[in-house]
Design a protein around this ligand. Sequence first.
Ligand SMILES: [Fe+2]
Length: 266
Amino acid sequence: MRIAHLSDLHFGRHVVSDRLDALRTDLVNAHPELVVITGDITDRGTRRQFHDALQFLQSLRIPFISVPGNREVSFDAFWEWAFPRLALLRYQSYFGPRDRIIHVSETHKVVFFGVNSVHPLPSWPGTLGRKKRDWLGQRASDFKGYFKVLFLHHPVLPVPGSSSNWAHTFSDAGKVLKICSETGISLILQGHKHRSSVMDLRIPDTNARIVVSCSGAPLRPEWDAVYHLIRISRASVLVEPREFVEERFTPKPACLISLDGTSPQP
Ligand SMILES: [Fe+2]
């Protein structure tokens, strides 16, 4: 199965049409079967930004799934951060369920679990909490024989080259990693740091092998203007970063990781 991992688009005043057109062209040409977005779709969570982002994604004519980022807590809707039960209402009105998402490809036997890691207060550290962790553990255990993918906004692992800002942390990352290793989740898609990286994690206790894809911020020139194309198979994960350089997205060196301990063939 071939997917695109997008994150931190930050639709708003910084998004220029040239870069947006280049991203649209690159995605349409690559034509992945699914686009997975790990939050911060908008910059400030305004209706205009949600509308523009949704219009862009629908224009691709590629199925997409998403989880919210901290930037989806609407800055101009005080009730969203003043009353936690009302958090992310605007996000939901444009992008649907916010907390627990399951997407299944029966063709490829791949299941995607999306969880909301956003605290209702803007720019507060991320967390899942016990209920969402329990849900993830239970549902991931249910899907036996499937390739399992977790996608969320906050980083389960620190990203090489990025800062360790307090607001960028994820309070129960260790517990989430334990769930992944025990339930056979083999790929984690994360965002938030605006740095592109791929990590290969081995956990000998459970014999787990987990690939972590950290997308950059493809529409923001001041960060890593990179998104990832990812090919998933039973035996390996191939990550192909695409970087905006001189008016178009171009390939960076790909990363092929074997999941069964054998040497991957390019
Ligand atoms: Fe972001």
